[in-house]
Every structure is written in structure tokens, then in C-alpha cells.
Write a protein that binds this ligand. Structure first.
Ligand code: PHE
Length: 386
């Protein structure tokens, strides 16, 4: 075989290997690599906080579908790859690594729970892939990591809001706190609340502790009852919150219990039942707002998801996508460092949870909403501005 024929054969073989390679990678030669923008999402779709993850996921999905229907971003469709964290500790870093290395996600959206966002944040930072948490409120999520953002307020604000609510609305000056020590969200919010409540002249009579997943709170509640507080702050997630309130009433505790955004789930009412009457919590948004953007989001969400009314996590999930899409447009691409820069420059970006402006620590500043349980339903009480 002369050299020329050998070169031709090698060239043919090379082409064939390349084509096989493309097919193996899942791309036919007619689908150029990178024809979509891959966005990764990690959410608690199953497990203890599945209600949160499902809600957030639906909001995220709706926004992506809307954007794709109107032509996508920079002429490309957004392709959402979602991974389930199963509400478990230790899953988030693994699934987010998969989204980045296997799926080549250009940005990561998630999680709801602060503890799980804190697990994934170092991975995104390491790969220089921007991450936007829709609703994790613990300050540590974004602290010291310039690729990590959020579109919600943080717990020093939420703690202040609830301390003022306790003093002014509940007229309580002596309080008990019940903290979930296994959830960084709970530990942080309890601390910020106590600081402000004490600064406002209130007294924290007792603090009791438990761990996520516990089902019996009678010992802690008995200790609390003995101190005769005027109200009880329980900054935890809805499953425990429902059980705590029910068991408090069973023990004859009649004072109001209240919490933060972790209480936001219809399950609070199914678990807590009638005991929930008169209790209250702070959150990010109320579907009852007359803001035309909130109303139209509510309509679209209901028609997409069988009549379901969107809650705060759905609204924040939805907003996180639009903030990301807007940044991709301004960055004119998805290169990590440029995209990071564009997200950092987000200013007055209008969404259903208010305007998003990234501050120097990559956090948004937004109003909080107080919801009370009245006649077995969630009722809007007031909006508190930062
Ligand atoms: N803020 C909570 C956390 O950081 C999560 C949450 C957000 C819960 C919104 C309910 C509504 O863990």
C-alpha cells in the first residue's frame, strides 16, 4: 500500500471514529453540540421535604417552558436537568457534581433547604459554575463564595421580622425557642431571632433542642410549659412544626407558636390540624397579592399544574430562572466567569417575589410576608419591608 492510500484510509477511519464518537455522545451530526443551554437543578423531590422540592421544581419548570416557548435565550432552548436530593444530607454535593461534569450544566439552581445548598456551594465554586439558590436563607450559603447567589432575603432579616412580630403583634415579652439543631437553617434563624428579641427588650426564658426527623417533642414542650412563656418560636420545617404545635396543645399549652418560612406547606395544616389556629409564620410571598405580575403567575401556574396555587418556593423557583436567563443574555454567553459577573450585576430585576438586586454578598433584599392560620386556612396578615 503506498503512502497516499494509507493516508486516505487513515483519514476515512478518523472520520468514522469521529462520527461514532458523536453518536456515542448522544449527538447526531445534524444536532450540533451545544444547541441547548443546559441548566442543572437539585431539589428535594422525594423524602421528608418533598413538598418544598416539588413546589420549587414546578416554578422552575414553568419559567423554563415560558422562556422556551418565546424562543429561548440567545436563540437556544434551555434544557433543564433535575436531580433529586431525596431530602437527605450528603446527596447534594454528589448530584451537583454529576450535573456539572456529566450534563455540562452551565449554571445550577437549588436548593430550598439551606443545609443542602451549603453542601453544593463548594462544588459549584470549585468548577466556577454559578449557582442560584431560590430560597435558602442562611447567610452561610453565599458567604465567601463568589459563584453562589440567591434570589431571596436572608435570615438576619427574617429573624428581625419575627422578633418584631412577637413584640408588637403578639405583645409577647417572654418567649421560648425550640430549635432543630440538625438544620443549619433552624440554628441560624433561632440565633438571629434571639439577638433582635433581646435587643428589643424581650427575654428568652428557655431554648430547647431537637433533631429533624424527631416525632416526639413532649419532653421539650413540658420544660417550656414550666417556664410559662407568652409565645413559642419554632424555626423549623413544616413536618416537625405541625407535630410540635399539636403536641403543645395536647399538653395544655395555649400560647401562640410561630415560625419562619420553613412552615410554608399545606402539610402544616394536615399534620397540625385544628391546633394550628392562631399560629403564624413569615415567608417570601403571598398568592393573594394584587400585584398584576403575581396574579398572572398564579393563573399560569394553576393552569399548568391542575389548579394548584403557587406558594413561596414555587414563586422563588420561577424568579430564579428569569434572573439567570436575564444574566445569560447580558453575558451574551454561558462562560462561567462572565455569567457570574452578569448575575452579580443584577439590578432591580422585576419578578413575582419583588425586585431582585444582588448586593455585594450576592444576596437579594426583599420584603417578608406574615401569614396566620385562621379558620383552618392560611391568611395574609402583613408585608414587612426591609
Ligand atoms: N429558607 C429555608 C431554608 O433556608 C427554606 C424555605 C424557603 C422554606 C422558602 C420554605 C419556603 O432552609
Amino acid at each position: 500500500m503506498n503512502d497516499h492510500r494509507l493516508t486516505t484510509r487513515r483519514a476515512l477511519l478518523g472520520c468514522l471514529t469521529f462520527a461514532v464518537g458523536l453518536v456515542w455522545m448522544g449527538c447526531s451530526p445534524t444536532t450540533p453540540v451545544g444547541s441547548t443551554i443546559v441548566v442543572g437543578e437539585f431539589a428535594s423531590l422525594t423524602g421528608k421535604e418533598a413538598v418544598f422540592g416539588q413546589s420549587s421544581h414546578k416554578g422552575t419548570l414553568l419559567a423554563i417552558e415560558e422562556i422556551n416557548q418565546s424562543g429561548g435565550v440567545l436563540g437556544k432552548k434551555i434544557e433543564l436537568k433535575t436531580e433529586d436530593t431525596q431530602s437527605k444530607q450528603g446527596e447534594s454535593a454528589t448530584v451537583v457534581k454529576k450535573l456539572i461534569t456529566r450534563d455540562q450544566a452551565v449554571a445550577i439552581l437549588g436548593e430550598v433547604a439551606s443545609g443542602r445548598s451549603m453542601e453544593a456551594a463548594p462544588i459549584c465554586q470549585q468548577y466556577k459554575i454559578p449557582m442560584i439558590s431560590p430560597s435558602s436563607t442562611n447567610p452561610k450559603v453565599t458567604e465567601g463564595r463568589d459563584y453562589i447567589f440567591r434570589v431571596c432575603f436572608i435570615d438576619p432579616f427574617q429573624g428581625t421580622v419575627m422578633a418584631k412580630f412577637a413584640r408588637k403583634t403578639l405583645k409577647a415579652s417572654k418567649i421560648a425557642v425550640l430549635t432543630d439543631v440538625a438544620a443549619p437553617y433552624s440554628v441560624g434563624l433561632a440565633d438571629y431571632f434571639k439577638q433582635q428579641f433581646i435587643a428589643d427588650g424581650g427575654a428568652v426564658l428557655i431554648e430547647q433542642k431537637f433533631s429533624s426527623g424527631d416525632k416526639d417533642f413532649k419532653a421539650q414542650l413540658t420544660a417550656i410549659k414550666a417556664m410559662k412563656p407568652e409565645a413559642i418560636f419554632a424555626p423549623c420545617y413544616y413536618t416537625e412544626a405541625g407535630l410540635i404545635v399539636r403536641q403543645a396543645r395536647e399538653l395544655g399549652i395555649t400560647v401562640p407558636l410561630f415560625g419562619g418560612d420553613g412552615w410554608e406547606a399545606p402539610e402544616l395544616l394536615t399534620i397540625g390540624g385544628k391546633s394550628m389556629e392562631g399560629c403564624a409564620y413569615s415567608t417570601h410571598y403571598s398568592p393573594d397579592s394584587t400585584n398584576p405580575m403575581v396574579q398572572s403567575f398564579g393563573q399560569k401556574f394553576k393552569s399548568r399544574f391542575g389548579g394548584e396555587v403557587p406558594d413561596a418556593m414555587a414563586a422563588l423557583g420561577y424568579d430564579s430562572v428569569y434572573v439567570l436567563a436575564d444574566a445569560i443574555k447580558r453575558a451574551n454567553g454561558t462562560d462561567g466567569p462572565k455569567l457570574r459577573e452578569a448575575i452579580a450585576q443584577t439590578k432591580d430585576f422585576e419578578g413575582v417575589t419583588g425586585k431582585t438586586t444582588m448586593d455585594a454578598n450576592r444576596n437579594a433584599t426583599k420584603p417578608a410576608v406574615i401569614i396566620a392560620i385562621k379558620d383552618g386556612k392560611f391568611a395574609f396578615v402583613e408585608t414587612i419591608n426591609p
